[in-house]
Design a protein around this ligand. Structure first.
Ligand code: F6P
Length: 354
């Protein structure tokens, strides 16, 4: 019997457990393979931390957020941090441990960083299949990543809640959402929640345009405004806001936007930074289904020996693409695309003057 390992790497995301469950079920039921879970991403291949995955151990995980296997974004074996500073390449140890653990193939579920590591391990001869994961939905190789729609649903709920309090107090409410350097969560939740202004990294904003939109709305009788800003947004000619520049952790642009417009408007401004609430909790039905389809498809790729491939969705179809192609192509909001055009027609401003 062949033994297949599954790991989750990088940040967590709603739907990871649904992928694990579907892959385990398919590998066991359809292919009679043994499955083990590798804990804490690639770190578990250095510490040899594995657990059995079977019908009993995965029971009840479908609706649960997070990952049964735990995860980290600090365990890159090619650039492993050395205590006392610096990095070292421990990829050879990973390869040796995979052989010694008797693992014949690995399904790696993760974002950009995990996919890059998976690709490099593939080049070293490890049979890897990848499943893309990120709430940011910023991979061109797939129409959607699971977790994105859940994050959008959470952010939309936040916009709805801000609406009623904004309306009661005649305030400008600024909601900062995640997405790294892509504006997808802001764009989708802004449209779904009926925001007045959406600020995305792909369309740098001008403070005077935001002020102009607020004044225009006032002249039409509106007494409050909802602004959804993506964490990676920036002022025209300015820079992204970082919580920690060294590690490139984004955060705080909503406060920058507030400071940019405060002295030019009479309305009070309040800022909400939604943070990891977007990433935690139960996946919505769309993500459970997409994740389950990805898990099944990844298991099929393993069984067919199609290593070096990643599952993806195009339209209604689950397809596979080379991991190498997937990692090199990010997907950003197109300022001239249909989604932005629809938002414009709805009267939403992007604060860019277009
Ligand atoms: O890539 C997913 C994501 O949630 C981004 O939207 C966000 O910028 C980042 O991860 C946050 O990372 P961390 O959990 O390390 O703070």
């Amino acid at each position: 019997m062949k033994r297949i390992g599954i790991l989750t790497g990088g940040g967590d995301c709603p739907g990871l457990n649904a992928v694990i469950r579907a892959a385990v079920r398919t590998l066991i039921r359809d292919y009679d393979l043994e499955v083990v879970g590798i804990q804490l991403g690639f770190e578990g291949l250095l510490t040899r931390s594995i657990i059995p995955l079977n019908v009993e151990t995965i029971r009840g995980i479908l609706p649960k957020g997070g990952t049964l296997l735990r995860t980290t974004n600090r365990g890159n074996p090619f650039e492993y941090p050395v205590s006392g500073g610096g990095i070292e390449d421990r990829s050879r140890e990973v390869v040796d441990n995979i052989h010694e653990l008797g693992i014949d193939g690995v399904i790696a579920i993760g974002g950009d960083g995990t996919l890059k590591i998976a690709q490099r391990l593939c080049e070293m001869g490890i049979p890897m299949v990848a499943v893309p994961k990120t709430i940011d939905n910023d991979l061109a190789a797939t129409d959607y990543t699971f977790g994105f729609q859940t994050a959008v649903a959470v952010a939309t709920d936040a916009v709805d809640r801000l609406h009623s309090t904004a309306e009661s107090h005649d305030r400008v409410m600024i909601l900062e959402v995640m997405g790294r350097n892509a504006g997808w969560i802001a764009l989708y939740s802004g449209i779904a929640g009926g925001a007045d202004i959406i600020l995305v990294p792909e369309m740098p904003y001008r403070p005077e345009e935001i002020v102009r939109t607020i004044r225009e709305r006032q002249s039409e009788g509106s007494k409050f405004d909802i602004i959804v800003v993506a964490e990676g947004a920036k002022r025209m000619g300015g820079e992204e806001a970082y919580l920690d520049k060294a590690t490139r952790r984004l955060g705080g642009i909503a406060y920058q936007v507030a400071a940019d417009i405060q002295q030019h408007i009479e309305l009070e401004i309040r800022v909400t930074v939604l943070g990891h609430i977007q990433r935690g909790g139960s996946p919505i039905a769309f993500d459970r289904i997409l994740a389950s389809r990805f898990g099944k498809a990844a298991a099929d790729l393993v069984a067919r020996g199609k290593f070096g491939d990643m599952v993806a969705v195009r339209g209604e179809e689950i397809v596979s693409v080379a991991i190498a192609d997937a990692v090199s192509r990010p997907k950003y909001v197109d300022p001239k695309g249909q989604m932005v055009a629809a938002a414009h027609s709805l009267g939403i401003s992007f604060g860019d003057g277009a």
